[in-house]
Write a protein that binds this ligand. Structure first.
Ligand code: NAD
Length: 323
């Protein structure tokens, strides 16, 4: 079996390539950059800019049994909610997705997977931190809280239309905050779990950790291994509609910071400062994923954070020695 992973230099792509290789696949990875923290395990790794139509056609080549489209201009709240990168995010990711459809229209791709996001859900359904509504069907009438979310929604529709008209077998996951080792942790694109692990690792015992906003905003976080399980189950399934791939273990950002401090064995004071926050509450709703795919996450937030904290603390220690 052959697989192509677009975005194979990124966090989820790196882990996905590793799993596909462990399953015995021949894998081509494609990205504008190689993975940052370990060499890719792909059989072939092409450094290509998928915004370029010809480069994208080259990336997809003669096609594959499974094509995973993970490439996107993305990051955590500090990247997608400040407004400074809106045009880049929409333009870059939409160009990639249009080129992928264009390349696939002419080539045999048995199964195509597209990584969408929880950011597609309407802002007004996520005002209550205790009871956000992110059931798949609630996505329309659309009102995502970011341009990143609007682009994801546009591209979901693009892939669904191509599936109807060009006959591709297409599967779409709406990922909810995926975290784990080998993700961005200090380059401005890191998400809350990695950012908080870094801040706790850098803090002295009894020191301060900065939290954006009042920290009462809630989220759920999915450990990377569970994300890869769901991604593979979904592309190989007969589920045609977009499906949530996330956790239902709802925590506030303050609670997560305290959990990380506990894992680190440190006492820290939370200092609330202004910063981009996104919606007040967001949780995956896994009823449809359980019903249609028989999937639910296995790792608890704490178990995932233990792995992630250890990895980030080691990165912080290395960076300190190097400085
Ligand atoms: P990531 O940023 O680590 O990986 C994305 C990769 O795409 C990067 O390596 C980047 O270099 C590559 N890329 C960007 N522009 C490119 C271009 N023009 N040509 C070739 N490659 C390009 O992000 P990730 O966390 O691995 O996310 C993977 C996918 O899942 C993305 O589509 C993202 O939007 C989606 N997603 C992720 C999360 C999450 O929590 N990580 C949540 C929702 C959705």
């Amino acid at each position: 079996m052959r697989a192509i992973v677009l975005g194979a230099g990124g966090f989820i792509g790196t882990h996905l390539v590793r799993r596909l290789k462990a399953e015995g696949y021949w894998v081509r990875g494609v990205d504008v950059k190689p993975p940052q923290f370990a060499p890719s395990e792909a059989d072939e790794f092409l450094l290509l800019d998928l915004r370029d139509r010809l480069a994208c056609a080259q990336a997809i080549g003669d096609g594959s049994d499974e094509l995973f489209q993970l490439a996107a201009d993305m990051g955590g709240a500090g990247y997608i909610f400040t407004g400074h990168h809106d045009a880049d995010i929409m333009r870059n990711s939409a160009m990639i997705n249009l080129n992928v459809i264009d390349a696939c229209a002419a080539r045999p791709v048995d199964r195509l997977f597209y990584a969408s996001s929880a950011c597609v859900y309407p802002s007004e359904n996520q005002l209550d931190p205790a009871a956000p509504d992110c059931a798949e069907a609630s996505v329309y009438p659309a009102n995502p809280d970011s341009e990143y979310g609007w682009e994801k929604l546009f591209s979901e529709r693009l892939y669904l239309a191509a599936a109807r008209n060009y006959g591709h077998t297409t599967r779409i996951a709406r990922y909810h905050n995926v975290f784990g080792p080998e993700g961005a942790w200090a380059d401005g694109r890191e998400k809350a779990p990695a950012a908080l692990c870094r801040k706790v690792a850098e803090a002295s015992n009894g020191g301060e950790v900065e939290i954006w906003g009042d920290g009462n905003q809630t989220r759920t976080f999915l450990y990377i291994d569970d994300c890869i399980d769901a991604t593979l189950a979904l592309i190989r399934s007969d589920v045609c509609e977009p499906l949530n791939v996330g956790s239902e273990e709802l925590v506030s950002i303050n609670q997560m910071a305290e959990m990380i401090a506990d894992i680190a064995g440190k006492r820290v004071r939370l200092k609330h400062v202004d910063g981009p926050q996104g919606v007040r509450g967001r949780s995956s709703d896994n009823r449809l994923a359980k019903q249609l795919l028989g999937w639910e996450p296995k790792a608890s937030l704490r178990a995932g954070l233990e792995q992630t904290y250890d990895w980030i603390a080691a990165q912080v220690a290395q960076a300190t020695v190097a400085a």
